[in-house]
Design a protein around this ligand. Structure first.
Ligand code: BGC
Length: 443
């Protein structure tokens, strides 16, 4: 291996990411909690329960985040806590969020706050949530309230987390809590309403807090055809790429939704974002013809696959997705990137190889301003319960005991030194040294 160092810009944001329901605990007033009580919904019938106990003590993990040398964290607000009944805002809940946000500032950690990360208040579900247009007014009012109360502590807002994942899992796959209606027409309407909610939230924030940076955390996936398949399969993978990756970005850019069953111009949507948030995890192979599902669940020989067949480790894809959004000419944040790996066998190399792609992008002057690793601490992984562990900090949900993983030590060195060195690679992931620092060491 050659020796060397990859330097990062001095103002680069080194972060971690979490979401309210996955870490707070006892979020009993939302649709996920209710879904968890049913049978067959969550692997091994796991429940979020106390989660990581952040509602009581987020500060303990924020201490660790600060010790690690991170200077940013992305978290979400739980709408069902803030507005437990329509139009009744809970002062205590808002006050608790102020404390948490202040605790971040006190530790030198800049908050990025997500307004909607997969969960809905139960009262909103009764009204039809994102399946009906009434959601837009409710979302706008909720946004206005939180910006009014918390805005001075929040420089960066994410309106919606992963709209396509949300819609796909709820309306088409059925692995997320059940909407009143399922299928493509309902999915198209939900996407349209999500776009409208995003536009309403964007303008609500900017009117009250013009200096805030507002965007969406968009899950971007590489869709590929099996290498053994031909032109038609490649064409189909491109169509999926358009539908899943591009159509949302296009709509936010020019104001027009082209989603099937949700088409049409949306007022005030055009240009409604200041940055692009990318959540990147993996590459999928598109099934062609798409019979019995859209995606293959098997990988090519030699692929490194993470726990529970979650996905293939494919760092090059991160560079590709960054490149794919350059045309929008906005700052880019990697708002999530991580891997389920309870034994921490592949995470060190995962972090290094993915950050190499970020560094490569920055070397080309692509405007990548920060990286938020998913996640700071093991947390409740939705329909996969506690079976999948993404944390830099391992956490036992039975005892709440924590331990920094080896990958957490590596991330600490990276954040503290603002660089990746060949020494780190030799220490934490020697098997990846030829990818990170190819060539021979100077004699
Ligand atoms: C979501 C997170 C989730 C992570 C890992 C993202 O799709 O935003 O909530 O835990 O991926 O699966």
């Amino acid at each position: 291996m050659a020796t060397g160092t990859m330097f990062f810009p001095s103002d680069f944001l080194w972060g971690t990411a979490t979401a309210a329901h996955q870490v707070e605990g006892n979020n009993a007033n939302n649709d996920w909690w209710q879904w968890e009580q049913g049978t067959g919904h969550i692997l091994q019938e796991h429940r979020s329960g106390l989660a990581c106990n952040w509602w009581e003590n987020a500060e303990a993990d924020l201490d660790k985040a600060a010790e690690m040398g991170t200077n940013a964290h992305r978290l979400s607000l739980e709408w069902s806590r803030i507005e437990p009944e329509p139009s009744r805002f809970d002062k205590n809940a808002l006050e608790r969020y102020r404390q948490i946000l202040q605790a971040m500032h006190d530790r030198g950690i800049e908050p990025m706050v997500t307004l909607h990360h997969f969960t809905n208040p139960l009262w909103l579900v009764e009204k039809g949530d994102f399946g009906t247009a009434v959601v837009v007014d409710y979302f706008q009012r909720y946004t206005a309230k939180v910006v009014e109360v918390l805005g001075d502590l929040v420089p960066k807002w994410v309106t919606i987390n992963e709209p396509l994942v949300y819609v796909f899992m709820r309306y088409l796959e059925g692995t997320f809590p059940a909407p009143q209606q399922k299928g493509w027409p309902a999915a198209g309407q939900a996407l349209r309403n999500l776009l409208r909610c995003h536009a309403a939230a964007y303008h609500t924030i900017k009117e009250r807090q013009p200096e805030a940076q507002v965007g969406v955390a968009k899950n971007l996936v590489i869709f590929a055809a099996r290498p053994s398949q031909g032109t038609a399969a490649r064409w189909w993978a491109k169509r999926l790429n358009w539908l899943y990756n591009e159509a949302w970005m296009e709509a936010m850019t020019n104001g027009r939704s082209r989603f099937p069953f949700g088409r049409g111009q949306i007022p005030h949507l055009a240009g409604s974002y200041d940055f692009i948030g990318i959540n990147y995890y993996t590459r999928f192979y598109a099934k062609f013809p798409p019979l019995g599902g859209l995606l293959h669940e098997e990988w090519e020989p030699g692929a490194v696959v993470s726990d529970g067949n979650y996905g293939e480790v494919y760092p090059d894809g991160l560079f590709q997705v960054i490149k794919s959004v350059l045309r929008y000419d906005k700052p880019i944040y990697i708002t999530e990137n991580g891997v389920p790996d309870i034994k921490d066998e592949i995470r060190p190399s995962f972090i290094l190889t993915h950050l190499r792609e970020v560094w490569r992008a920055i070397s080309f002057c692509f405007p990548v301003m920060g990286y938020y690793h998913w996640s700071l601490v093991d947390n409740f992984e939705w329909d996969r319960g506690w079976t999948q562990r993404f944390g830099l900090i391992a956490m036992n949900p039975e005892t709440q005991e924590r331990e920094l993983r080896t990958s957490g030590q590596l991330y600490t060195e990276i954040c503290q030194q603002n660089q990746i060195s060949s020494e780190m690679v030799a220490k934490y992931a020697p098997q990846s040294s030829d990818i990170l620092f190819p060539g021979k060491a100077p004699a």
